[in-house]
Write a protein that binds this ligand. Structure first.
Ligand code: ATP
Length: 841
């Protein structure tokens, strides 16, 4: 219940008439309702109470308008009145005659009104029916539209899937194209490789055939090689024999040259001698022939004959070149002794040991031994060991021993050879070891002497090289010695001899030196003496002494008789020897050539064999590769054919799919076209029907309106009668009575129904008659209703346009289309509800 305060200044409430008020069915909807029956009463407490009838729902009263009641110019009734006890209103009490007339006319009016109402109700129902049918048609249309949208959506999704399929198909096609290309490329590569391999195979086959053809040649070669090997073996035997012969000849040659040979070597003038103004007394004009001249005191020139004379210009290489053949004899099993004799400072140590830059006889001898031994490795094996010792004052010192103070003695063996028990024999296998041993001996010699020069001058330094040889072919074994001796200074020897003579004389045959060299001096042994001399005039006497001694030594060994006897024979022998040497040399050369040939042939045969083997292996490998490649090619060809078949199948399915898609599209277009045309026709029909119905209803409502206007006009005419005024008075009274009777049971209300109707009619008539504005408003409302009837809602306008253009709908996103459609539908339903309500009202 809503309460409104109504203030009326200086006016009585009873003088005001409730003319109109607005009631709204739903708050905010702003659509006023027409209230047909309403009763208002102001009680003693001043509250205006309204009662509504014929209103549905929960109406809300938003405002009340009160108007002053128009003052009536109607003459006061002369009838009888009675005063209302409640509201002090005078109510006419009509006469029974009048009353009957009034009742009759009211009944007539009521009847007319009822008829009109019925007609209106009928029309309303018709309108409602038509509205309902329109709604059903609209619903159907909506449904059709939904179907269409669904179809469109399906088409769209079909389009999408079709596009996807087409894309997949395109991808597949491109992939297959790419694969096909790569496979084609790979196949062409393989074909190329196979081609090359086939070429190689044919080449190899050809080579193999050539090899196979050359096998007889190879066999021939093998036979030839075998023959050569046999020949070589034969030659080896011959070579061995020749070696023996050569050794014998060499020995004979050495012997013819003399087993003791004396080489004279003169050192250059030293700086000190040059400074001192010493002059050379040597004459080397015939030095090449072994003749040496000495100009003594510028008068008598003395001459000496030696096997070789070396001038100061001759170097170590020249000196050793003549000694080398004798050295080689050691390897043939002969004992050899090389020693240097001469005055102190004449170069004995220089000749034997030499310096690091100018290696002497010792080092070069061992170098030559190793060189020759290495040359003979095929026929002989050699074991070389070295001992270094010193003899000083008849005492033997082992220069390689750690304990140098140990006293060593010479012992004679059973076969007559002499040896020193306990002496160190260092085994040497290469020249570096030899050098190390020589250095060790040299440094040991210097140790333990206060004056090195003095000590070296007085002592004999002896290097003993022991050679054990074995002939591999004959099995012959030999053991030989080579002594390399650097004797003490000759003047010291003399002095020592003098001193020794003075004290205790040791005869030559009993001296340690003689004992040690006994094996190598005389017999089959070969001896080489270097007589070292000084060119200085100051050393002339010592030089002459040394030369005389050397001449004696040379003379002792080469007795003139033998020499003489041997002169013719010697010449003969020399010629023979030269011949033999030449033969030997040529044989050696041919042997070497043969050996080289054999070696070459062997290596060639080996190489050929290896090559043939390699070729065969390569051929096998290539054949395997060719087989593998051909199987691979077959596989790849199969794969390619399989892939091409697959591709063909895919292409066919793709074309089928594309055809299907085209068919579907056509069908869809056809269906769309049919649907749209049928829907359009339906919609047009419906619209046409609706328009007809609307026109009908409009015409009916116009007729009704016309009738209503007629009635209104009649009512207005009637209201203007005086009866109406009296009736109004009566209504007031009746209202009062009604108010009183409201408290009573319903049964009473039913009895007063006629009265109430009259009151209502009167009230309406009152309003129409007295207030033109109210009638105008009612007319407005009617006009509004008519306008609405003539302009029915067209919610499907957008939808219809979309139906006619399905392609546009397809272009739009589906969700959006749906939403728009949903909004339209909701709006349509709401509008439809409101219409329904409106029509219901
Ligand atoms: N043929 C030569 N050419 C150049 N210099 C030489 C020659 N012979 C000897 N000499 C030099 O003469 C000097 C003396 O030589 P070396 O010591 O060998 O004499 P030596 O006879 O061994 O003396 P000693 O009996 O005292 O040992 C050395 O400096 C050496 O270099």
């Amino acid at each position: 219940m809503r309460v409104f305060n109504v203030f009326m200044q200086d006016e009585k409430a009873s003088e005001f008439i409730l003319s109109e008020f607005d009631i709204f069915s739903i708050v905010g909807f702003n659509k006023p309702l027409r209230v047909i029956g309403a009763r208002a009463a102001v009680k003693d407490d001043g509250i205006l109470r309204l009662r509504f009838e014929g209103v549905f729902g929960n109406p809300i009263v938003s405002g009340i308008c009160l108007r002053r009641a128009p003052k009536s110019s109607v003459p006061q009734p002369t009838h009888e009145y009675f005063m209302c006890t409640n509201c002090s209103t005078q109510i006419e009490y009509p006469s029974p005659q009048k009353k009957a007339i009034r009742t009759k006319s009211v009944a007539k009016y009521e009847k007319d009104i009822q008829e009109l109402k019925d007609t209106l109700k009928q029309k309303t129902d018709e309108c409602y029916q038509s509205w309902m049918s329109w709604s059903a048609a609209n619903e159907q249309l909506q449904k059709v539209r939904m179907d269409l949208d669904n179809k469109t959506f399906q088409t769209y999704s079909l389009d999408q899937s079709l596009e996807e399929q087409a894309m997949k198909l395109r991808d597949l096609a491109s992939k297959y194209g790419h694969d096909q290309k790569s496979w084609t490329k790979a196949i062409s590569n393989i074909e190329q490789k196979v081609k090359i391999m086939k070429q190689e195979h044919s080449e190899l086959s050809r080579e193999a055939h050539e090899c196979a053809d050359s096998i007889p040649d190879l066999n021939k070669m093998v036979f030839a090689v075998r023959a050569l090997v046999e020949q070589c073996e034969d030659l080896k035997v011959k070579y061995n024999d020749e070696q023996i012969k050569r050794r014998k000849l060499h020995n004979q040659l050495q012997e013819t040259k003399g087993n003791i040979r004396v080489f004279c070597r003169c050192r250059p003038l030293s700086k000190s001698e040059v400074v001192a103004g010493c002059t050379s007394v040597m004459d080397f004009d015939a030095a090449k022939d072994g003749d040496l001249g000495i100009a003594a005191n510028g008068s008598n020139k003395k001459s000496f004959k030696f096997d070789r004379v070396y001038t100061p210009k001759d170097d170590q290489v020249d000196v050793f070149a003549d000694a080398a053949p004798m050295v080689v004899s050691v390897l043939d099993g002969y004992n050899v002794c090389i020693f240097a004799y001469g005055q102190t400072g004449t170069g004995k140590t220089f000749t034997m040991e030499g310096t690091e830059a100018n290696r002497g006889v010792n080092y070069r001898t061992l170098e030559e031994l190793f060189k020759t031994a290495n040359e003979r490795t095929e026929t002989n094996t050699y074991c070389i060991s070295v001992s270094v010792l010193e003899v000083y004052n008849e005492q033997i010192r082992d220069l390689l021993a750690i304990e140098t103070s140990k006293k060593l003695e010479i012992k004679q063996a059973s076969e007559g050879s002499h040896h020193i028990p306990g002496i160190v024999e260092a085994k040497v296998e290469n020249i570096q070891q030899v050098w190390n041993v020589l250095q060790a001996g040299s440094s040991a010699r210097a140790v333990g002497s206060n004056n090195v020069n003095e000590h070296s001058s007085r002592s004999h330094c002896m290097l003993c090289i022991m050679v054990r040889s074995k002939n591999i072919i004959t099995g012959e074994c030999t053991k030989s010695k080579l002594w390399l001796v650097d004797l003490a200074g000759s003047e010291r020897l003399a002095k020592t001899d003098v001193q020794a003579n003075k004290s205790s004389h040791i005869p030559y045959r009993n001296s340690k030196l003689t004992h040690l060299l006994q094996d190598s001096l005389g017999g089959d042994s070969k001896t080489l003496m270097f007589v070292q001399i000084s060119p200085s005039d100051q050393d002339l006497s010592e030089t002459l002494s040394s030369l005389n001694f050397a001449t004696r030594v040379r003379g002792v060994e080469l007795s003139p008789a033998r020499k003489q006897v041997d002169t013719y024979e010697l010449q003969k022998m020399k010629t023979m020897l030269e011949k033999a040497r030449l033969e030997c040399k040529s044989k050696e050369e041919s042997l070497k050539r043969l050996e080289e040939n054999l070696h070459n042939l062997e290596s060639k045969a080996k190489g050929k064999d290896q090559f043939y083997k390699n070729q065969l292996e390569k051929l096998k490998e290539l054949e395997g590769q060719v087989e593998l490649k051909s199987s691979l090619q077959g596989q790849s060809e199969k794969h390619v054919s399989h892939l091409s078949e697959k591709l063909k199948g895919k292409e066919e399915s793709c074309s089928r799919l594309q055809q299907k898609v085209v068919e579907l599209e056509n069908k869809l277009k056809e269906t769309d076209r049919n649907h749209s045309t049928t829907y359009q026709i339906k919609v047009n029909d419906l619209e046409k029907k609706l328009r007809e119905q609307m026109q009908q209803s409009e015409s009916t409502s116009q007729a009704l309106e016309h009738k209503v206007k007629e009635f209104e006009r009649k009512l207005t005419e009637r209201e203007e009668n005086a009866e109406c005024l009296s009736l109004r008075q009566t209504i007031k009274e009746l209202e009062n009575k009604l108010r009183e009777q409201e408290q009573q049971p319903v049964r009473e209300e039913m009895t007063n129904e006629t009265e109430r109707r009259i009151l209502r009619s009167l009230s309406l008539a009152n309003r129409r008659g007295s207030h033109g504005s109210a009638t105008a408003k009612e007319n407005d409302n009617l006009h509004e209703v008519r306008r609405k009837r003539s302009d029915p809602p067209k919610p499907a306008a957008a939808g219809i346009s979309r139906v006619t253009k399905p392609s546009i709908a397809v272009q739009r996103p589906v969700a959006r289309v749906k939403t728009t459609r949903g909004d339209a539908a909701v709006h349509g339903i709401k509008e439809k509800d409101s219409k329904k309500r409106m029509w219901t009202r």
